[in-house]
Structure formats: C-alpha cells, structure tokens
Design a protein around this ligand. Sequence first.
Ligand code: ADP
Length: 217
Amino acid sequence: MIQMRHITKVYEKGIQALNDINVEIDRGEVVFITGPSGAGKTTFLKLIYAEIKPTSGLLFVSGKNVSSLPSRDVPYLRRRIGVVYQDFKLLYQKTVFENVAFALRVIGLSSAEIYRRTLKVLNIVELTHKKEAFPHQLSGGEQQRVAIARAIVNDPVLILADEPTGNLDAGIAANIMDFFMEANRQGTTLVVATHDREKALKMNTHVIQLDSGRIVG
Ligand code: ADP
C-alpha cells in the first residue's frame, strides 16, 4: 500500500524533518508512528497524502508514484484516503452534517445516499444530536469527532490519522480506536501518528518509532 525508499524531507532554512526513511506498509496493516514532538510524524503523513513532496527519494501509495504526482491528480488520490488532521481543518461556516456530507457531494452521490452515509458515521462518533450545529459551537473533542466522521465517510482504503484521540475522553477515544480497528478488519489500512508510545505498543501492531527524522525502532 505504501512504499518509502530513501525518503528525505528538508523544509526551508535547512530543517531536516525526515532523513533517509525506508518503510513498507502492506494493505490491511495497522501501523503506529510514534516519537516525540518534532520527530517527523506529521511530515510522514503529509507526504503520503501528497500535501508536501519529498526533497528526495521515492514514495508509492496504492501503486502510484506520489513523489512526482502532478497536482491535478492529487484530488483523485485523496478520495481514497481518509485523513484526520491534527488541526481538524473543518469548514467553520458549514454545519456538522455538511462538513461530513461535503466529502460525498464532490463524488456525486444522490442526496438520499449522502444522507444515509453521513448519519451512519455521525452515529458512530456519537454526534447525531449535533448535526445542525456549527463547529464553533462544539468542544475540541466534538470537533475532532467531526473530523473523524469526515475521514471515514468515504469508506477509504487508507486512513491516516494525526493524534486522532488526543483531545478525547478515554471512553470516546476507545470507541474511535475500536471503530478504526473494525474498519481495519474490513480491509482498510491504518496509519496513526501518536506521541503516546505506550498506547501504541499496547495495540500489538507494527510500530515505527521516529526521532529527529530517523527511524530508531
Ligand atoms: P511531529 O509531527 O513528530 O511533531 P513534524 O513532522 O511536525 O513532527 O516536524 C518535524 C520537524 O520539521 C520539526 O523540526 C518541525 O519544526 C519542522 N517543520 C514541520 N513543518 C515545517 C514547515 N512547514 N517549515 C519548516 N519546518 C517545519
């Protein structure tokens, strides 16, 4: 599903966020990316959903060479990937329902189908009662659950999540992890960045430990 070959990312002013990363993630795997703040976790995810390009190296996602993907092809790649952004990236002038439904409108589904799928995922994240609310009327944890609902509504083949349970109560965080794991049992590949190494190790899955842009475990 994801192959990184000698991936290096250097930001402006020479900041080296990732240094010669070689990783293979198979379809259906669950992978946690751990490491302290600044280790390169977000950069790792951004490369996969083509928000940024590597400085050098090769990156394949679903067989596509993302390291040289023309920008016009990026939306097609993203349709198959559900991303839970660390800063949520909600549309603040739209309701909760519309924030989630939006991902389905762009692929041209019928209104009935959009309604059915949107309510299904709002139910999973326990936000059906807030469907007409606007993001600024929600708590941080509720906004995060909207972001999660939006990421999963398209039945993506790959879910990328950046600290997805960071702001959530333990009970809701456990529900969301259960949901991710259920999606994984249905075949969805899961890549989750977290600074919480203990939690990642407990999940008994593939853990990639980053420090200062290098794989250290
Ligand atoms: P993490 O997600 O593990 O906290 P990041 O991938 O966000 O790490 O950051 C890795 C390094 O790259 C850090 O030193 C960070 O300051 C730097 N960095 C991240 N984004 C940028 C950017 N847009 N411009 C310059 N430096 C950046």
